[in-house]
Ligand binder design. Structure first.
Ligand code: CUK
Ligand code: CUA
Length: 631
């Protein structure tokens, strides 16, 4: 029996049965009434019948979705169960973290490339794809603060690669290729800088630029970059694997707010991946400064684009850019304009094939939504949901009706405006970034909570609100306070994610420690040994509740000590920790994991180490002494 059969048996069945019945009843009722009586009445009449989805997950039952949250300037990723909104796990990525030792263990330092930075700003999180839906392998996130991207392995739920992006400043948008599978991870540089940024052009903004970057999603190496006009904000890929696009809010490349607000129109820029690959293959590129990365010149906004890029003018300061799950549309949110711009991927293909005369020919409609539209998500039933910051609302609208209205038909494409609390940024519906968008749950990620929770001081939590979108009418069902910051989220059907239950002994995550042990003639699963090598000391020990394999080790003052602990427990959920008093040393060692940490023993005397992860009735007794001889 696999995890998910197990899960269905334990908790899913009764709820799933209940969901199916009510969702059907709601849809049928709505279909009947809305045709006959118009929108407002339909809403009123379905409210009684459509009890909606049950978001309450009783004790002992399991959630049906994984929510992967980007934690903004906390620098981490979080996993929430949906619909309960219980926070299940935090995944430190760019931040350093006390409980697990992320940023302090040798394994995490390797992943972080020994970066001096201890913080980050994860704006977006997306998962790897196969054929337009999640393959369960990786999550990706950006670090706007220190211009990096990271990949998280979804089996162990830890980052395994971090890449610093050259030639740009502040990676903002990221999106993986969706079709046929994620070969590239794309990321957009937001801030414009001199190229190269080596001090030669300081106060000459005409020399400031930014680039789109493509990484190989398997190696996480940078493959190529594309030089663009303007700056770049959010980015999205299509469902053919051929195109991606990004919004630009500073098309004049200004450096002050007033300059950024100058142009009446900015644009969305689209990239032709096969054409860029061909240019790279033919050597039709340049490089910048010391970076060997091929940079293809995709500037040319004044002419509508280049062989690699298309610049579609849209109202000033567009923000979100989202791909509809029917694979057809790409929708830019207006931010400063009350509209969204609906473009068609097929027309972008037509433009690159030379079939269109004007970049605006790719635009189908520009419906008015509300004040401050930021991001759009989808239910897979033809409706779009746009977050509207200034109005603090989620606006549900129908794409087909918006297109009919644009053709002059008298039709109200707005389905409902739901107040949220308060000032919504991102918005996301379950599975909405895939062809399997299922229209069940939606989260509104709100920048302010104001009066929604008891006060906790001048810094208040932000507010994640869960909304049931399974019926005709959106229903707000839960408020969830969030520490900075609930930036973005994807909600993924639980059966698509298959986390490991214990570590595998040959995991590459701790391959360096295993290799060092081999060099030292140490069997990690058996030996408890101290290797002295000049001023370097390597301490190997096992852990098996409630014992460390070594209850003492002796070093000279000033030694650089590496403690490598291998957790022999095979029982799920029995993690140990290695914490050394007064040395800032603490790390997690989960079942069957090897973890290592290096520090300098610079204080003579007796220093206790103890297990920091509760593991046994004798957990407190699971300890030992480091004896440091004065130099
Ligand atoms: S995006 Cu990052 S600041 Cu995710 Cu709405 Cu604007
Ligand atoms: Cu081992 Cu607590």
């Amino acid at each position: 029996m696999n995890d998910h059969e197990d899960r269905d048996r334990k908790g899913g069945v009764s709820r799933r049965g209940f969901l199916g019945a009510t969702a059907l009843a709601g849809a049928a009722g709505a279909g009947l009434t809305s045709g006959l009586l118009g929108f407002g009445t339909a809403e009123a009449r379905t409210r009684g019948r459509n009890a909606g989805l049950d978001h309450h997950v009783p004790p002992g039952e399991l959630d049906t979705y994984y929510g992967f949250w980007s934690g903004g300037h906390s620098g981490e990723i979080r996993i929430l169960g949906i619909p309960s909104q219980r926070e299940l796990m935090r995944i430190p990525v760019f931040n350093h973290e006390s409980a697990t030792g992320w940023g302090m263990t040798n394994e995490s330092k390797r992943v972080l490339n020994h970066s001096p930075h201890t913080n980050g700003d994860t704006h977006h999180v997306h998962l790897s794809y196969e054929n337009g839906t999640y393959d369960g392998k990786y999550a990706f996130t950006n670090d706007k603060l220190n211009t990096r991207v990271a990949r998280i392995r979804l089996d162990i739920m830890k980052p395994d690669k971090v890449t610093e992006i050259p030639n740009v400043a502040a990676i903002h948008g990221i999106n993986p290729q969706r079709w046929p599978k994620t070969e590239y991870l794309f990321c957009s540089g937001e801030m414009i800088i001199p190229l190269p940024n080596d001090g030669r052009h300081l106060d000459e903004p005409e020399h400031y630029w930014t680039l789109m970057t493509a990484l190989d999603a398997e190696t996480m190496e940078v493959k190529w970059q594309v030089w663009v006009d303007g700056n770049m904000d959010n980015l999205v890929t299509d469902y053919t694997g051929k195109y991606l696009g990004a919004t630009c809010y500073n098309s004049d490349r200004g450096v002050t707010l007033a300059e950024m607000m100058g142009p009446e129109r900015d644009w969305a820029v689209f990239f032709n991946v096969p054409a860029i690959e061909q240019a790279v293959a033919e050597g039709n590129y340049t490089t910048i400064g010391d970076s060997p990365v091929p940079v293809v010149d995709g500037r040319g906004a004044a002419e509508g684009g280049s062989p690699y890029t298309l610049y579609v003018p849209v109202p000033r300061s567009p923000h979100g850019l989202n791909s509809s799950p029917d694979k057809q549309y790409v929708i830019a949110a207006g931010k400063l304009s009350p509209t969204v711009t609906i473009m068609e991927w097929a027309k972008i293909d037509d433009w690159f094939a030379g079939k269109l005369g004007d970049p605006r020919d790719t635009v189908l409609a520009e419906p008015e939504i509300g004040l401050g539209p930021l991001h759009t998500t989808f239910d897979g039933r033809g409706n779009a949901y746009t977050s509207v910051f200034l109005d603090s609302q989620v606006v549900k609208w129908n794409i087909a009706d918006a297109l009919r209205a644009a053709r002059g038909e008298q039709v109200n494409y707005i389905r409902q405006k739901l107040d949220i609390h308060y000032q919504i940024g991102h918005i996301m519906a379950s599975m909405a970034e895939t062809v399997e968008a299922d229209g069940k749950w939606l989260v509104a990620l709100n920048k302010f909570s104001k009066d929604r929770f008891i006060p906790v001081g001048p810094l208040r939590p932000e507010n994640e609100q869960l909304i049931d979108i399974s019926g005709e009418e959106m229903r707000l069902v839960h408020d969830g306070p969030a520490f900075p910051e609930p930036h973005d989220v994807v909600m993924v059907r639980a059966d698509l994610v298959r986390p490991a239950r214990v570590w595998s002994r040959d995991d590459p995550f701790f391959a360096d420690a295993a290799e060092q042990a081999r060099d030292d003639g140490v069997d990690l699963e058996r030996d408890n040994k101290v290797i002295y090598n000049g001023n370097k000391v390597r301490v190997y020990m096992t852990s098996l509740a409630p014992n460390f394999g070594l209850t003492e080790f002796r070093v000279k003052q000033g030694s650089e000590v590496t403690v490598t602990v291998t957790n022999l427990d095979r029982i799920e959920d029995v993690a140990h920790g290695f914490a050394l008093v007064n040395h800032g040393v603490n790390m997690e060692i989960s079942p069957q994991q090897t973890a290592s940490i290096t520090f300098v023993a610079n204080k003579p005397g007796v220093h206790w180490y103890y297990c920091s992860w509760f593991c046994h009735a004798l957990h407190m007794e699971m300890s030992g002494r480091m004896l440091v001889e004065a130099a």
